[in-house]
Design a protein around this ligand. Structure first.
Ligand code: NDP
Ligand SMILES: O=C1O[C@H](COP(=O)(O)O)[C@@H](O)[C@H](O)[C@H]1O
Length: 493
């Protein structure tokens, strides 16, 4: 492995330290970076939550989480023990002024104020403002402090603005890191390299050559233990408002003048602001929403969303959304961007499909299929260009056959692909905001999403059931077929 320069010593204070995200993603990510020598031994990871746990009990939970979420070949006892030595716990209600803030203060002790302090808010966003208020009142925000906000920030534009105002009263914008883990995925970052280091693509990257774009994030899991959160959120707020719109921005933005964070964010913002509004009255034309019913995934029969929520529960929350977005710019005139995301779908797969226009004329006995560029975000990260080649069968005519130019990154570079959080957690310590979302981007995304939510609330588009293990409801197919387009559904191709 190449030498990875260590970051400066830090204290990472995770509010929501006993939660699903911390156990499943944050601790394993920090472990991997520690194992690769990027985290100095005198750094500390301080979990906080209301649960009354001793440090030893929290370390046991952390150890169990590593056992469950880190591959065995990356776990060795000595490294795990040294990592656990960095782990602390403070029982604290982040939302209450009279909670045990002195315990946190004592833990900081007389550590130099030049030590980097990261407050990671992995709780409900409704608590972000109060936590920051308490940190400020307790004088725990130093010049070297940063705050990380998990998504989704708010449930609409008004609540997002209120949260951003309340956090912004205590942290300057350049110390606020709004995380979107899709931006930390290698292949999503690779979009910048693919587009702006390879003129062969960028020259074709517009309505001149591109027919339509599809961005999919499909999951086979249901809501698992997160029903209480998810039922108030739904797929549009959980996945589209943040992850898929961010991916859309990277696909659609103009070349930034540099890789300086604001240069990139300015270009993304232009895309968000150029999205054609979908009014509440138009949701039936531009969107499809669904909720999973019982079905089969692989050879396993799984229950419906309502069954997953619990007996006797009713809900109109969407677990699937597809929509047709349009970007009102010269580059993207008349190029639909189809976005879709759902739970309990046929396969776990996130990908971008760039569908090029057909050849204007064919001299062959069969027509060439239009070229298609598939950027696989996960799993099997890679890029595949589908081209027409000569069929090698010795017939009397020159006929065409489809073939793929396929690069699988993990194989090509012979390296374990890091989880998105591994990159992002250390970027916060480095103070590098390029893969984090600026406040105006959050607002622009909600401004576009709000009327869709309103139209759905007014029931202007049906909530269709779809069988678990399929690609979503009929409405999603109709959304494309009316323009003669098809979803890419055989992800292996
Ligand atoms: N889980 C995931 O995969 C993802 C989650 N997120 C976001 O991350 C955040 C956390 O999600 P997740 O981990 O799933 O949620 P969980 O419900 O699993 O965890 C919530 C955590 O917050 C703590 N908590 C609740 N209230 C308080 C309080 N008043 N003071 C201090 N701690 C408190 C809980 O512990 P206790 O009850 O002991 O206080 C628990 O540790 C959410 O914003 C979510 O949207 C984003 C992307 C993915
Ligand atoms: O942010 C979220 O993302 C996950 C999907 O992430 P992925 O990296 O596995 O694609 C999703 O399950 C969750 O509901 C959502 O909150």
């Amino acid at each position: 492995m190449a030498h990875l320069p260590p970051v400066d010593t830090f204290d990472y204070i995770v509010f929501g330290g006993t939660g699903d995200l911390t156990m499943r993603k944050l601790l394993p990510a920090l472990y991997h970076r520690y194992r690769d020598g990027q985290i100095p031994e005198d750094s500390r990871i301080i979990g906080t939550a209301r649960s009354p746990l001793s440090r030893a009990e929290y370390q046991q939970r952390a150890q169990a989480a590593l056992g469950e979420h880190v591959k065995p070949d990356a776990l060795d006892d000595a490294t795990v023990q040294r990592f656990l030595n960095m782990v602390y716990y403070v029982s604290l209600n982040g939302a209450e002024a009279d909670s045990d803030w002195p315990a946190l203060k004592t833990l900081f002790g007389d550590a130099s104020t030049s030590r980097i302090r990261v407050y990671y808010l992995a709780t409900s966003p409704a608590l972000y403002g109060q936590i920051c208020e308490n940190l400020s009142r307790e004088d725990l925000i130093t010049a070297q402090s940063r705050v990380v906000l998990e998504k989704p920030i708010g449930t609409d534009l008004a609540s997002a603005e209120a949260i951003n105002d309340s956090v912004g009263r205590h942290f300057p914008e350049n110390h606020i890191f709004r995380i979107d883990h899709y931006l930390g995925k290698e292949t999503v970052q690779n979009l910048i390299a693919l587009r702006f280091a390879n003129p062969v693509f960028e020259r074709l990257w517009s309505c001149d050559a591109i027919d339509y774009v599809q961005i999919t994030a499909a999951e086979t899991v249901g809501v698992e233990g997160r029903g209480a959160y998810y039922d108030r959120s739904g797929a549009l707020r959980d996945m589209i408002q943040n992850h898929l719109l961010q991916v859309l921005c990277l696909v659609a933005m103009d070349p930034p003048v540099s890789l300086e964070a604001d240069a990139v964010r300015n270009e993304k913002l232009k895309v968000l602001r150029a999205l054609k509004p979908i009014s509440a009255d138009d949701v039936a034309i531009y969107t499809s929403r669904g909720q999973y019913a019982r079905g089969t995934i692989g050879d396993k029969t799984v229950g419906s969303y309502l069954e997953d929520l619990g007996e006797g529960v009713t809900s109109e929350t969407e677990t699937f959304v597809a929509l047709k977005a349009e970007i009102l710019t010269w580059r993207w005139g008349n190029v639909p961007f189809y976005l879709r995301s759902g739970k309990r779908m046929a396969e776990k797969c996130s990908e971008i499909v760039i569908q090029f226009k057909s050849a204007p004329w064919s001299i062959f006995s069969n027509r060439p299929e239009p070229n298609r560029l598939i950027i696989r975000i996960q799993p099997d990260e890679g890029v595949m260009l589908c081209v027409s080649t000569k069929d090698p069968t010795p017939t009397d005519s020159l006929t065409l056959r489809d073939a793929d130019i396929n690069v699988e990154f993990e194989k090509a570079f012979n390296i374990r692909y890091p989880d998105a959080y591994e990159r992002l957690l250390l970027d916060v310590v480095r103070g590098d905001p390029i893969l984090f979302i600026r406040r105006d981007e959050v607002a622009a995304a909600w401004r576009w999403i709000d009327p869709i939510l309103q139209g759905w609330k007014e029931r202007k588009a049906p909530l269709e059931p779809y069988a678990a293990g399929t690609w979503g409801p009929e409405g999603a197919r109709n959304l494309l077929s009316q323009s003669g387009h098809l979803w890419h559904e055989d992800m292996k191709k």
